[in-house]
Ligand binder design. Structure first.
Ligand SMILES: Cc1cc2nc3c(=O)[nH]c(=O)nc-3n(C[C@H](O)[C@H](O)[C@H](O)COP(=O)(O)OP(=O)(O)OC[C@H]3O[C@@H](n4cnc5c(N)ncnc54)[C@H](O)[C@@H]3O)c2cc1C
Length: 423
């Protein structure tokens, strides 16, 4: 390890920050201190998917079994037509699970954070809440973070794990980079299964239906199947006020207030029992969240001096490849390995880190963007063509056993532990 790295300040106690604290403590014997802007543990709500490349790293953190007791592990992607029948399905992580030993997790965000925070507590890692970062200063010996309440802390290393709107990035590492709107927004919620028709209890994996206005998906998100996560992902024009939080807040409030009527419009053409189930899911929803999807443009700077951006703070991507949390975990595991190189300076660590992470992050960023295009508005006839194409592709996939070749899953069997660390 570069000499004298024994303490790290971590800004942001989301999945990236807490995982980084756990792993650097476990594998590098570095003492982490976490600083979180919110007054208590908070998440965006809803549920997230974590494929094999991320679940394997959660396994190495010693948390996979615990997460499995809470998460749904169904990994099928089932595509439904507007007429209500199944167009086809594929196992999203069958091959990668065989290669890695770790499968898909679909878990409530609150459960993921809870498991991470409990592990941090057991490891005696301090987390300070209500801490707004206002400045970063460096000397030859260390880096000091100052907070709005006048307190400060100093360490040998600082990690910016403070998400897409990262203050570490904006105030210090790369103020030039600005998040950009993807053109896609989501509404989402979680509904108790007992409020739904019995068919909901037997749902497995992600069940997606393409409609002319976007994509509606439902999936169990707990081990017992007692909760269904749903989201509707569609093209939404940026509000007139442009990229301002106010513009989106106003628009988001309208979306939330009117979501049942809006969703009725989108789902009205869905036929059969499937259509009835989806409408019922929306009808039973009490609270919905609206979330415009932003991403960071590729190519930004990730490190400066003793500071490194990790996870969304460095490379927030569209969620359409389910890779946000997994990419953050890969960042952390590569950093940890590099910090174990006794002859590397911190500059060497950040330089090799950057070279190895860029191609991988760029690939996932582009995949996520590409996957997002099926959410764009389309015409009725185009949707019919898309359904035929999807049905044919899934039929070929199954008939030719393409899953056995790992088609579309190679990236999920990637192991950051195999990256070459040479300068
Ligand atoms: C609708 C939607 C669906 C998604 N679905 C998936 C999915 O299925 N699978 C997946 O892997 N990813 C998904 N993602 C992406 C995923 O949420 C992120 O990639 C992941 O949360 C990144 O973790 P993080 O810790 O880097 O950032 P965050 O989760 O944003 O956490 C950042 C933390 O830093 C704190 N913070 C912010 N500013 C400061 C500050 N100035 N000082 C101190 N603390 C601060 C925040 O309060 C927060 O606790 C989805 C995202 C969205 C929007």
């Amino acid at each position: 390890m570069p000499k004298s790295i024994n303490k790290v300040l971590i800004i942001g106690a989301g999945p990236a920050g807490v995982s980084a604290a756990l792993h650097l403590r476990q594998s590098n014997n570095i003492s982490p201190v976490l600083y979180e802007i919110r007054p208590e543990p908070t998440t965006l709500g809803g549920a997230i998917g974590i494929p094999s490349n991320g679940s394997r790293l959660l396994g190495r953190l010693g948390l996979y079994e615990e997460l499995l007791t809470r998460a749904s592990s169904g990994s099928d992607l089932v595509i439904h037509s507007v007429k209500g029948h199944v167009l086809g399905k594929m196992d999203q992580t069958g091959w990668s699970k065989e290669k890695t030993g770790f499968g898909y997790l679909r878990i409530k965000r609150a459960d993921l954070l809870d498991v991470l925070l409990k592990a941090a507590q057991n490891a005696g890692i301090p987390i300070h809440y209500g801490k707004r970062l206002v400045g970063i200063n460096e000397t030859d010996e260390g880096v000091t973070a100052t907070f709005s309440d006048g307190t400060s802390d100093t360490a040998n290393l600082l990690l910016g794990c403070d998400g897409i709107h990262s203050a570490v990035r904006k105030t210090y590492v790369d103020p030039e980079i600005t998040p950009e709107y993807s053109g896609i927004s989501n509404v989402f919620s979680i509904v108790p299964t007992f409020q739904l028709p019995p068919a909901a209890m037997s749902l497995d994996g992600l069940n997606a239906t393409l409609v002319t206005d976007g994509l509606f998906a439902i999936t169990p998100c707990t081990r017992s199947g007692d909760s269904i996560y749903w989201f509707f992902s569609r093209e939404v024009t940026m509000p007139g006020s442009g990229y301002t939080r106010d513009g989106w807040e106003e628009h988001g409030k309208k979306e939330v207030d009117e979501f049942k009527a809006t969703m009725d419009g989108f789902l009205k053409d869905l036929k059969g029992e499937w259509g009835d189930l989806l409408r019922r899911v929306v009808y039973q929803t009490q609270v919905v969240k609206f979330y415009p999807i932003f991403r960071l443009p590729l190519g930004g700077r990730w490190s400066r001096g003793r500071c490194l951006l990790i996870g969304d703070a460095a490379h927030a991507m569209q969620p359409h490849a389910s890779q946000g949390v997994s990419m953050a975990l890969e960042d952390i595991f590569l950093l940890s390995r590099l910090l174990q190189k006794p002859d590397y300076s911190l500059d060497d660590v950040f330089s090799v880190y950057d070279q190895r992470r860029r191609p991988r992050v760029n690939e996932m960023h582009k995949t996520a963007e590409r996957n997002g295009t099926v959410r764009r508005s389309t015409s009725g006839w185009r949707l019919a063509v898309n359904e035929i194409v999807a049905s044919g592709a899934l039929w070929i996939y199954e008939a030719c056993n393409l899953d056995k070749l790992g088609l579309g899953q190679k990236g999920l069997a990637y192991d950051v532990a195999e990256e070459n660390l040479d300068l």
